[in-house]
Design a protein around this ligand. Structure first.
Ligand SMILES: Cc1cc2nc3c(=O)[nH]c(=O)nc-3n(C[C@H](O)[C@H](O)[C@H](O)COP(=O)(O)O)c2cc1C
Length: 152
């Protein structure tokens, strides 16, 4: 059975709500999914999973949340070749660097060899209405994508 992991940071709960919706839709597809707060996660664990999803709100002036700093730095040296990956996060369009943390994490995963299979999902504040559906679709679409590294 395929194993996926979601690692997220959420200060006021919006990104966590996204993680919940995405998790629900992934588990509906029969995937063995681990969901963990970034502060409880060890980056080397990522190598054990077939699919990696990172979730982060954006802080400061287009920065990663503080909670992600150590995890981000400790990802250096991982080999994520052959893993599929995607990134999501809650954002606020009143800031100029809209959802920049999502882009930072996508670049990191790509640099480590992961195959980014979906565009980053940026949701304005809390995922309600249409955004709720987008989160569920993001989870389903992630399951249905194959890493280009997979050989048949
Ligand atoms: C001090 C501060 C700085 C922020 N900077 C940004 C930013 O640069 N870009 C952005 O899209 N959102 C920014 N935000 C908005 C948060 O990302 C947004 O409130 C998000 O919903 C928080 O997610 P969470 O509920 O998962 O913690 C900022 C919020 C605060 C309070």
């Amino acid at each position: 059975m395929k194993k996926y992991i979601i690692v997220f940071a959420s200060m006021s709960g919006n990104t966590e709500e996204m993680a919940d919706l995405i998790s629900e839709s992934i588990r509906e597809e029969g995937i063995d999914l681990t969901v963990t707060d970034v502060l409880e996660a060890d980056p080397s664990d990522l190598e054990e999973y077939d699919g990696i999803l990172l979730g982060a709100y954006t802080w400061g002036d287009g920065d990663l949340p503080d909670e992600f700093f150590v995890f981000y730095d400790e990802m250096d040296g991982l080999n994520l070749t052959g893993k599929k990956a995607a990134v999501f996060g809650s954002c606020d369009s009143s800031y100029p660097a809209y959802g920049a943390a999502v882009d930072i994490l996508m670049k990191k995963l790509q640099d480590l060899g992961a195959d980014i299979v979906l565009e980053g999902l940026k949701v304005e504040l809390d995922p309600i209405g249409e955004d709720e559906e987008l989160c569920k679709k993001f989870g389903k679409d992630f399951v249905s994508k194959y890493s280009i590294e997979v050989s048949f």
